[in-house]
Design a protein around this ligand. Sequence first.
Ligand SMILES: Cc1ncc(COP(=O)(O)O)c(C=O)c1O
Length: 395
Amino acid sequence: MIHPPAERTNCISSALTLEIVARTAALKAGGKPVLSLSVGEPDFETPPAIREAGKYAIDHGITRYTEGRGTLSLRKAISAKIARDQKLAYAPEQILVSNGGKHVITNFMLAAINPGDEVILPAPYFLAYPEVIKLAGGVPVILETEPRSRYLVSPEQLEHAITPKTKMIVLVTPNNPSSTAYTKEEIAALAPVILKSKAWVLSDEVYEHLLYDGRRQASPAHVPELYERTLYVSSCSKSYAMTGWRLGWGCGPPEMVAAAAKLQSQMTSSPSAISQHAAIEAVSNDQKDREEMRRVFEKRRDLIYSLVSCWPHVEAPKPEGAFYMFPRIDGVWKAAGKPYPGSLAVSAQLLEEEYVAIMAGVVFGDDRAMRLSFAAAESTIMEACGRIEKFLKKV
Ligand SMILES: Cc1ncc(COP(=O)(O)O)c(C=O)c1O
């Protein structure tokens, strides 16, 4: 008899949606007309110039280990990109390049959190957060938010949740799964509350270039008093359709970035040299392709919002960024005088009866909702929403 896996693997859960993914694949293999609104990545190819830069790296020997925190040329390029796009000043020594935004988040959490520290996490949240917090030994303090307040946290709510044990506050803007984004004023209103604590602010801005209706990205790092305590995270994944390249970056004070870089250097040595070379091209030159993708997403956002907002007894704020809608659906069952079966049961039934794959809200910390991704063709969005509406009418 040999030892079982370590305790730390028991404190985190694996994705609840795996069954649905397997069932979707089985139905498709059986020839069923399955439509998917479950995808969490852009349905575009990586732009050609970025692909060429990756090929160049492979053909020209840019294939070795690099500096653990990312090459100086990439960190300089990211520094220039952030100054250009977000008007934020981060020197190369304030930048850590990792294998995707998720890896940056993990590095920062491991670098900042001691066992028993509290981390404030607004729900609905990107599903990795509670697990990574627990992996770092932290205690997730979940703040529930409501569709009528665009799923955003209010200063009062935050004030109530902060304790002397609060080590970090997570803000994701635009958010996955709600697709809503804080305005400059909304962030400014949170600032005095945050400043009363000693907490770090982890600002996940991986969707920063997918904003609609002329919105501009607002970051806690734009508030001068918050700049020093903000750990700003972004990534090539969503902005440049590069999910598989695994390349993200985090910015903050040099000491915290150095601590996170030390952890990374022992765990992975460095991010992929090839992806880093391609990322230089992405962050330096590719605003045109990025903007084109954003426009397509905005058009799809208009379409899905026009469809979903007509569903009776469903509450869904208009997506302000990213590519998701997060309708609260339990009102449909309430209006019919029936018990709500829960989002996992709804997603399973929707798949079996109407052949539509969605993500159950429970995996994002809100069992009353479901996540619909509009990283799909307009024809798919229309047909899938029609089937969901038919399904809800049958309740
Ligand atoms: C809010 C949020 N943060 C971080 C990530 C991680 O992105 P990546 O690791 O591909 O950069 C995702 C991916 O879906 C996300 O939705």
